[in-house]
Design a protein around this ligand. Structure first.
Ligand code: BG6
Length: 487
């Protein structure tokens, strides 16, 4: 994957957590791999708390290096990576400082990428300041989530940014779209003739999409307590995964064909009737518990969290899609912090055979299922029934496995690396278009409103479990259970 041309990558929030953990390590990996980044490409970090380039490189050595050395650091590549990095000291509150940035990057060849790894309240002021010095031309802008707090605030940001940058210049990041297995889901569905005929209501009984985390809110209590799991994970990552699982085959993989199909799914989500919310939505909050032998505190005692907080750290939803392909098929979505395991997976439960000539064992559960494990241990596993060796016709559930790290021994790429290369190369398919984002906000808003209006607190669950019992009860009403409950 070679960049076609040179680039100037400007990183706002250059000393922030995201830059440290994700963006700079991803750029380093692309640099180290060779041939992915044009030789002449430069990275300009923008920060306020560092005096000069030497100070910034010191910060990078101290804070970023530990995140790139997992497999042994290539010191030569690291040194040449540092050579790409320049620094501009700007106070983002002072638009006049942007002249410094313009002077620093004017005359450099290629496209300019402005990555806004800052809080969303700075998005609009930064865009205005860039435009005031003419830097909105020949450029792309990358916006990190969260983009807004609800439909209205997200529209306000999109309107203001849209006055300065055209939609084709705007790259809204959802890092789940950059994950290798998500890409593979497209390959699986649209590169094989096997699954597509079965990928519909006639053959699919239900679908589960889980993103479970063991981590709590870490140092982000302040942010998280005003956000909650519905805004942090459902409005974006889970609905994006859902739209990829459920979309119609696009006519090509160009960015608008893919995004048009995803949008159709988001627009077909059955609106949630506030009166039904208790039946189709569960919200929870973790209490103290034990994860892998370690005691962890309750959410309400985490730094930055209000002691009487009613913010949800867990959400489970039953979602329906109102179109011919999916009418009546429940999609169960679930995400939570401080759960029993870190796992992200999509489970497609196919229907049992209509008549079992092979006896009752052909109707047993655990087969006729496809599990797409996004993380950890990326795998695609197809469960079928096979005859047990020996006398008689006894069937057992077996699986066919595609374990990516065994099959493809090299070439795996982190989500951020792929997405940053896509921005530099002008590929928009894996970025969220404004209308998709609006459709997602529009669908989650009744849930947000209903929860805000109700005086019921979220249901408690002990850290280290799979969330409130109500999440299991919701599936039991449909005669099914979460995957881990079967084992
Ligand atoms: C982020 C959320 O978007 O995704 C975090 O803000 C969450 O709260 C993270 O922890 C999960 O991402 P991943 O790639 O670690 O599953």
């Amino acid at each position: 994957m070679q960049t076609d041309s040179s680039f100037t990558f400007v990183l706002f929030g250059g000393t922030g957590d995201l830059s440290m953990r994700k963006i700079l390590p991803a750029l380093f990996e692309a640099h180290r791999a060779g041939g992915m980044l044009a030789e002449s490409g430069k990275i300009f970090a923008v920060a306020r708390h560092v005096a000069d380039r030497a100070g910034y490189l010191e910060w990078v050595n101290e804070h970023v290096k530990p995140h790139v050395s997992k497999n042994g650091l290539d010191e030569t590549a690291w040194a040449s990576f540092l050579d790409r990095i320049e620094f501009v000291k700007i106070d983002l509150g002072k638009p006049e400082d942007f002249v410094l940035l313009r002077d620093a990057i004017s005359g450099l060849p290629g496209i300019r990428v402005f990555y806004l790894a800052t809080g969303p309240s700075l998005f609009v002021p930064i865009c205005h300041a860039l435009a005031s010095v003419g830097l909105n031309e020949n450029s792309r802008i990358v916006l990190e989530k969260p983009l807004g707090y609800d439909l209205k605030s997200s529209n306000a940001i999109n309107d203001a940014v849209g006055e300065i940058f055209a939609e084709e210049q705007i790259y809204r990041i959802d890092h789940y779209l950059g994950k290798e297995p998500v890409q593979n889901l497209l390959a699986l569905r649209f590169g094989n003739v096997l699954f597509e005929p079965l990928w519909r209501r006639e053959w699919v009984e239900s679908i589960q999409i889980t993103i479970a985390e063991e981590l709590g809110v870490e140092a982000r209590g302040d942010f998280y307590d005003n956000t909650g799991a519905l805004r942090d994970m459902v409005q974006n990552h889970l609905l994006q995964l859902l739209s990829i699982v459920a979309m119609e085959p696009p006519h090509s993989m160009d960015s608008d064909s893919v995004r048009d199909e995803k949008l159709r799914v988001l627009r077909a989500l059955k609106p949630i009737d506030p009166r039904d919310i208790g039946k189709v939505a569960v919200r929870g909050q973790y209490h103290a518990g034990v994860i892998r032998g370690h005691a962890v505190p309750a959410y309400a005692t985490e730094p930055g969290v209000k002691p009487d907080s009613t913010t949800e750290t867990f959400v489970a939803l039953k979602v329906e899609i109102e179109n011919w392909r999916w009418a009546g098929v429940p999609f169960f979505l679930r995400t939570g912090k401080r759960l029993a395991d870190r796992v992200a997976e999509i489970v497609v439960n196919f229907r049992a055979v209509p008549h079992s000539a092979l006896g009752a064992s052909a109707l047993r559960g655990g087969a006729n299922r496809l599990v797409i494990r996004l993380q950890p241990n990326e795998t695609i596993r197809l469960y079928c029934l096979a005859k047990q060796p020996g006398e008689g016709m006894n069937l057992a559930s077996v699986h066919l496995d595609l374990a990516f790290d065994r099959f493809f021994r090299e070439g795996q790429m982190e989500a951020y690396q792929r997405l940053l290369l896509d921005v530099i190369n002008g590929r928009l398919a894996l970025f969220v278009r404004r209308d998709e984002q609006e459709a997602a906000w529009r669908w989650v808003e009744p849930i947000l409103n209903e929860w805000a209006a109700s005086n019921k607190p979220p249901k408690p669950y002990a850290a280290g479990t799979w969330g409130p019992a109500a999440a299991s009860a919701m599936l039991a009403q449909h005669g099914t259970c979460w995957l881990e409950e079967e084992n």
